[in-house]
Design a protein around this ligand. Structure first.
Ligand code: G3H
Length: 248
């Protein structure tokens, strides 16, 4: 069976009530490809509002959560809190979390393990920097980041989507070419076949993220191993609907 196309919109730290209502209305009124799964990554403070305003057919994700369920962790939110407001997903390991907030592979793995234990679905992000790509280390980096996730995921791969986001393509307008993205996705699948299982390699969905727009989405979506997108900037704009419909 084919992998279901999955498009995530990661609003990052953008949007206040007016803009959020506009984006939500665009999604509610837009004609969306029914064969695509859609997940919106919302700032924590707006999770409940967005969840109650969107139809259940559209998933809602937190953009981060801590590895413990409760306690003295000022400023953090927990997996049970995300569940409590009705959101189903969490984005973990985004490169902005890794670089700006110093999240290591092992911390990301602990967060992934805890989120999955609470039956949240996880978009787990990986990707190399420009320096790493230019020194020929792309595979080494994404394999290392994925390897750290393997014990954390255990037998819960069905609840995980991997997002390959080359850091040099995020918010820069410099998209990976379809061939560059496809090559990394195919290598990841091969690595998963060798290090996890053929079944996981074949079934796990791998999104591409990094300057995806309505203008480049169709060509990227046509690649064999690209199963969707994690979209930042363009997910705040009406063109997000066209990105969701990229396979149509
Ligand atoms: O999570 C989304 C990615 O960081 C991509 O962001 P972008 O589409 O603004 O480049």
């Amino acid at each position: 069976m084919g992998r279901k196309f999955v498009v995530g919109g990661n609003w990052k730290m953008n949007g206040q009530s007016n803009q959020i209502n506009e984006i939500v209305n665009n999604l509610k009124n837009g004609s969306l490809d029914r064969s695509a799964e859609v997940v919106i990554g919302v700032p924590a403070i707006y999770l409940a509002q967005v969840r109650s305003n969107l139809p259940k057919s559209i998933g809602v994700a937190a953009q981060n959560c801590w590895k413990a369920d409760k306690g003295a962790f000022t400023g953090e939110i927990s997996a049970p809190m995300i569940k409590d407001v009705g959101a189903e997903w969490v984005i973990l390991g985004h490169s902005e979390r890794r670089t700006i907030f110093g999240e290591s592979d092992s911390l990301v793995a602990e967060k992934v393990a805890n989120a999955l234990q609470h039956n949240l679905k996880v978009i787990a992000c990986i990707g190399e920097t420009l320096e790493e790509r230019e020194s020929g280390k792309t595979e080494e980096v994404v394999f290392r980041q994925t390897k750290a996730l393997v014990p954390a995921i255990g037998d819960k791969w069905k609840n995980v989507v991997l997002a390959y986001e080359p850091v040099w393509a995020i918010g820069t307008g410099k998209t990976a070419s379809p061939q560059q993205a496809q090559d990394v996705h195919a290598s990841l699948r091969k690595w998963l076949a060798e290090n996890v299982s053929a079944e996981v390699a074949q079934s796990v969905r791998i999104q591409y993220g990094g300057s995806v727009t309505a203008a480049n989405a169709k060509e990227l979506a046509a690649c064999e191993d690209i199963d969707g997108f994690l979209v930042g900037g363009a997910s705040l704009k009406p063109e997000f609907v066209n990105i969701i419909n990229a396979r149509q």
